[in-house]
Design a protein around this ligand. Structure first.
Ligand code: 5GP
Length: 190
């Protein structure tokens, strides 16, 4: 099987990594396919099963853990499990494409450690924790409680940034998009 490259984007919730990943998926020169994670949370409005995530029950998720079907998984928030199925990476490699991940910092670093040469691990840094809070509130997809849970986790996540291959500062979105494109382009053409 042609083993393509692995591009990991990790960051605290609200840093803009999803926006960056979506932008890169539109760039044909990068030959990317999105790694669809399995998740035990409910879909948000507009999210599609099999596109944004494979939405599965907590019970089903635990069965996959037991069967060792995951390349990595995390209980990112209490009772919200997310994970990358090994079969997902094989699906993308079989297409002859590079894999791009939008996953939390612990999962991102795990993939980097499993495939050190093949992986580019990128950390997306928000301007500040206050700005994160503002963005999450503006997005208003989560309850106040859930937003606070994400903010509390953000400080811990920010401390892991130096373990990544590269840090992209998302202070000005067009600049961050341009930087991300160039970075990934250089890596996939190596
Ligand atoms: P959300 O609920 O906002 O879609 O995602 C919550 C967090 O889980 C985000 O930081 C997202 O990147 C992360 N996440 C999504 N999929 C995975 C995965 O497969 N593995 C890990 N470790 N984290 C994931």
């Amino acid at each position: 099987m042609n083993k393509g490259k692995l591009i990991v984007f990790s960051a605290p919730s609200g840093s803009g990594k999803t926006t960056i990943v979506r932008h890169l998926l539109g760039k044909e020169d990068l030959n990317l396919e999105f790694s669809i994670s399995a998740a035990s949370r409910d879909p948000r409005e507009g999210e599609i099963n099999g596109k944004d995530y494979y939405f599965i029950s907590l019970e089903e998720f635990k069965k996959h853990i037991k069967a060792e079907d995951f390349l990595e998984w995390e209980e990112v928030y209490r009772d919200n499990f997310y994970g990358t199925l090994k079969s997902e990476i094989e699906r993308i490699w079989a297409l002859g494409k590079n894999v791009i991940f939008d996953i939390d910092v612990a999962g991102g670093l795990r993939i980097k450690h499993k495939f050190p040469e093949q992986t580019l691990a990128v950390f997306v840094k928000p301007p500040s924790v206050d700005e994160l809070k503002r963005r999450l509130k503006e997005r208003s997809t989560e309850s106040e409680d859930k937003i606070n849970m994400r903010i509390a986790k953000a400080s811990v996540e920010l401390a892991t940034a130096p373990q990544f291959d590269v840090i992209i500062k998302n202070y000005d979105l067009p600049v961050a998009l341009q930087e991300a494109h160039q970075l990934v382009k250089d890596f996939v053409s190596k």
